[in-house]
Design a protein around this ligand. Structure first.
Ligand code: SF4
Ligand code: SF4
Length: 470
């Protein structure tokens, strides 16, 4: 085999997706049950995150759902603080920060988010897959069961497993909706007759089916072919990124283990070609081919390989969190120009966001002349303008609102002098303001409206009054 043929052979795995057969059919992945140091850590992280995920919509801070993303009413709440469409700029900045953070994180640590934090992996590997192991046994038993005939045992196991999958999908669907429409609204749907909340009922069923489909059939395809973040890896990673990688320098010259053999003396590497790293991989790849798009950095292969290294008396870490430069040149993490630039950008944006959050007001008041309206002359010789006031209360208290004017000659109609602004609510009211004609210079006059809430001044809004230019 010449060099080119060797290279082509090495790169052949890139020609097809690991979970698709050459005839285009799906290659079902049966990963071996993982265990080990990293798996234990992942379990702890996953269960803490699952408690937060299921608990947050039912936790109320200052009477407000701790996490709410109500896109329909354009109302968001984070740790009891309510955000309205007026705060959209904060969300925009937070989202940009999120993107920069992901870029920076990926440059340094690769796709570790996927294996350790992403809900898709956590539900798949820590909930659904573990139930599957419990009901159907480890990978070989699962394969045997699937390949075997539909006998009593198979029917019993499949029905039981899918029933549990369905129940969990139902729970996830309800939790998902609690984040979108609030847990109170969801409770209302759950406890009312179906015909009173038909839309809500359909949404619950639809999302239950969607999650059931994702975790029962779609599975690793979400990470390997659908999720756009996986695709970004190829442009974000560089030779300094720490990813789950195989130390090819140490491992190559792979060959089966032989007792009492001096592998180094025989020119052999440390990889004993046991394929345990591939057996545990939930995306069906062989990490020894190098960094691949399908790898979600779940670390199952690290545990599997460490276990084999222990068994044959070799050092752990043949697969580990390694960078390509670390493997080939032995270098440690380096602050490259790219990492420094993104770090500075991220820190600056975090400072800006913090300042904006700290200086964010609990009230928003805007007063504008009604669109398309002009001035009018009253019978007593004064000029009147129609205004529209928009008030937003981001607090958890109701407020009695009073409007006063700083201009002694100006007057507003009585109706808007007293308004009730409910907690976390918005109010839109139209009112008429009048001014003596002689107080208007060059056709306009600035007037400041002082907004009082429960007797305290909460905001001053300056607006423009128009009149005849005389
Ligand atoms: S290669 Fe290793 S880290 Fe990557 S997905 Fe497979 S088992 Fe997980
Ligand atoms: S588990 Fe380790 S020793 Fe076994 S094939 Fe994979 S890299 Fe080689």
């Amino acid at each position: 085999m010449n060099n080119e043929e060797v290279h082509n052979d090495e790169e052949e795995f890139r020609d097809q997706i690991s979970t698709v057969n050459s005839d285009g059919s799906r290659k079902w992945v049966y990963p071996k049950k993982p265990f080990g140091k990293y798996f234990t850590k992942r379990k702890i992280v996953s269960y803490v995150l699952l408690i937060i995920l299921f608990g947050a919509p039912h936790l109320y801070i200052n009477g407000q759902q701790s996490l709410l993303f109500n896109i329909l009413d354009r109302k968001f709440a984070i740790l009891g603080k309510v955000f309205w469409p007026q705060d959209f700029y904060l969300f925009a900045i937070a989202m940009i920060i999120g993107v920069v953070f992901i870029i920076l994180f990926t440059i340094i640590f690769g796709r570790i988010f996927c294996g350790w934090i992403c809900p898709q992996t956590i539900f798949m590997e820590m909930v659904f897959r573990r139930i599957e192991y419990w009901v159907e046994g480890d990978w070989t038993h699962q394969k045997k069961l699937n390949d075997g005939p539909w006998n009593g045992e198979k029917i019993r196991k499949k029905v039981f497993k899918h029933f549990i999958f369905w129940v969990i999908s139902f729970l996830i669907a309800n939790t998902f909706l609690a984040y979108i429409i609030s847990s109170e609204e969801l409770w209302e749907i759950q406890t009312s007759p179906i015909n009173e909340h038909l839309g809500g009922f359909i949404a619950i069923i639809f999302f239950t089916f969607a999650f059931y489909f994702v975790f029962t059939l779609l599975r690793e395809q979400v990470c390997t072919t659908i999720c756009p973040y996986g695709r970004l890896q190829s442009v974000l990673l560089d030779e300094n990124s720490l990813v789950v990688a195989y130390d090819h320098k140490r491992g190559e010259g792979r060959s089966k283990f032989k007792k009492n053999e001096d592998r180094a003396a025989n020119g052999k590497g440390d990889c004993i070609d046991c394929n345990q790293c591939g057996n545990v991989c939930p995306t069906g790849i062989d990490i020894r081919h190098g960094t691949q798009l399908e790898c979600v950095n779940c670390t199952a292969c690290i545990d599997a390989c460490d276990h084999m290294m222990d068994n044959v008396g070799l050092d752990r870490g043949l697969i580990g969190f390694l960078s390509e430069k670390g493997i080939t040149q032995g270098t440690k993490f380096q602050w490259t120009r790219r990492v420094i630039s993104y770090s500075i950008l991220l820190a600056s944006m975090l400072v800006v966001l913090t300042i904006l959050l700290v200086t964010r007001t609990d009230f928003e008041a805007t007063i504008l002349r009604q669109r398309g309206s002009t001035y009018q002359m009253t019978n007593d010789g004064r000029v009147s303008n129609i205004f529209e006031i928009n008030l937003t209360n981001k607090t958890h208290k109701d407020y009695k609102i009073k409007l006063k004017l700083d201009h002694s000659d100006a007057e507003i109609d009585v109706a808007v002098k007293k308004l009730i602004l409910k907690s976390e609510d918005r109010l839109k009211e139209r009112f008429v303001m009048k001014l003596p004609i002689e107080k208007i210079e060059n056709g306009k006059q600035e007037v400041t409206v002082i907004v009082y809430g429960n007797g305290k001044e909460i905001q001053r809004v300056t607006t423009k009054f128009i009149g005849p230019n005389i």
